[in-house]
Ligand binder design. Structure first.
Ligand SMILES: [Zn+2]
Ligand SMILES: [Zn+2]
Length: 347
């Protein structure tokens, strides 16, 4: 099969012909029909992720068709249209058996712990626990865009952030994660403030549900601006970018008893940011993480998509070919364009 391969961290990946994957006894092989481009792939390529062994094939936001299933797989067969969360749970550890596959102790991640989906085929283990069936009407590019940023935002807003109708939600950063969060929070009846450095992204944020926007490049004090708009602070706030400044602002702009959810990755020199711990205590703030979403929780999200409350297809940005993926991957370290870029041509 053809795949995007890198042999050294930080050196340009190339398209190579490599052996096709074979299904594990409890796994499947999926013919990749669409795979999203994500900043975590860039972090992996840069060598910020300990789990990667070289040579490596990146890619973790995938959708496609099952072409082969191992002997132990009972729920899936060739021809099934599927997607998978980026954190693949073992199904047997304490976290998995208590329903928290997204933080499985033995989790695998396509494109990190093993070869990923910037390829014609990808192998996924523990298929019965982790695969998600695609609704007939959902196209592959949309399905691929769900697997990482959209589901993480869904869990961040709904399960971790516990957003209620009428609450104020601040979303720092309007990339793929931020825009997903804005759409989801606003569909839950919250009042959402979008914060970004570019007017173009803020305009888009308004179109998908934000009731107010703050351009952080022209606003001297973002925390003060959020407090003014919300009359005292947000109930829930998210750092969707992953930067010491946005993380600090997101915690600082909360009202008493507010919830901060960190979704944007903090790696390398950003891994230990400043936290206003004085305020966390005095205001009884909650600081939470959100790391993907369990396959079984997809059904709630899929129903909201089916009824038109959530429209993830609006967040699909550029569509490119596998040949164009190496250049696009290397460019992910800069600021993204609007929406989620997806590889949809593999031939
Ligand atoms: Zn991702
Ligand atoms: Zn597990």
């Amino acid at each position: 099969m053809k795949a995007v391969v890198f042999e050294k961290f930080g050196e340009a990946p190339t398209i190579q012909t490599v052996p096709d994957p074979k299904p594990a006894p409890d796994g499947v092989v999926i013919k990749v029909e669409a795979t999203g481009l994500c900043r975590s792939d860039w972090h992996g390529w840069m060598g910020h992720d300990d789990g990667i062994t070289l040579p490596h094939v990146p890619g973790h936001e995938l959708a496609g068709v099952v072409v082969a299933a191992g002997k132990q797989v009972s729920r899936w067969k060739a021809g099934d249209r599927v997607t998978v969360p980026f954190a693949v749970g073992c199904g047997r550890c304490f976290e998995c058996t208590s329903g928290n596959h997204q933080v499985c102790e033995h989790q695998t991640q396509p494109g990190f712990t093993g070869w990923g989906s910037f390829a014609e085929y990808v192998g996924i283990e523990h298929a019965d626990t982790n695969l998600v069936r695609l609704p007939e009407e959902m196209e592959y590019a949309t399905a691929a865009s769900l697997g990482c940023r959209f589901v993480t935002s869904f869990r961040a807003i709904v399960d971790q952030g516990r957003v209620k109708p009428g609450e104020w939600v601040a979303v720092h950063g309007c990339g793929g994660v931020g825009l997903s969060a804005i759409m989801i929070a606003s569909s839950m009846g919250a009042n959402v403030i979008a914060i970004d450095l570019t007017d173009e992204k803020l305009e888009f944020a308004k179109r998908i549900g934000a009731v107010a926007t703050i351009n952080a490049s022209t606003t001297p004090n973002v925390v003060k601006a959020v407090k003014q708009i919300t009359n005292g602070g947000a109930h829930m706030s998210m750092d969707a970018l992953g930067h010491p400044t946005t993380s600090f602002n997101s915690i600082s702009n909360l009202r008493r008893r507010g919830r901060h959810v960190q979704v944007g990755l903090m790696l390398g020199e950003h891994a230990r940011p400043q936290v206003p711990m004085d305020k966390v205590i005095a205001f009884e703030l909650e600081i939470l993480g959100s790391h993907g979403m369990q396959a079984y929780r997809y059904s709630a999200m899929m129903e909201m998509i089916r009824t038109g409350k959530l429209k993830p297809e609006l967040l699909v940005g550029k569509r490119i070919s596998l040949e164009e993926a190496p250049a696009a991957l290397m460019a992910m370290g800069g600021f993204e364009g609007i929406g989620i870029g997806v590889v949809t041509k593999f031939g």
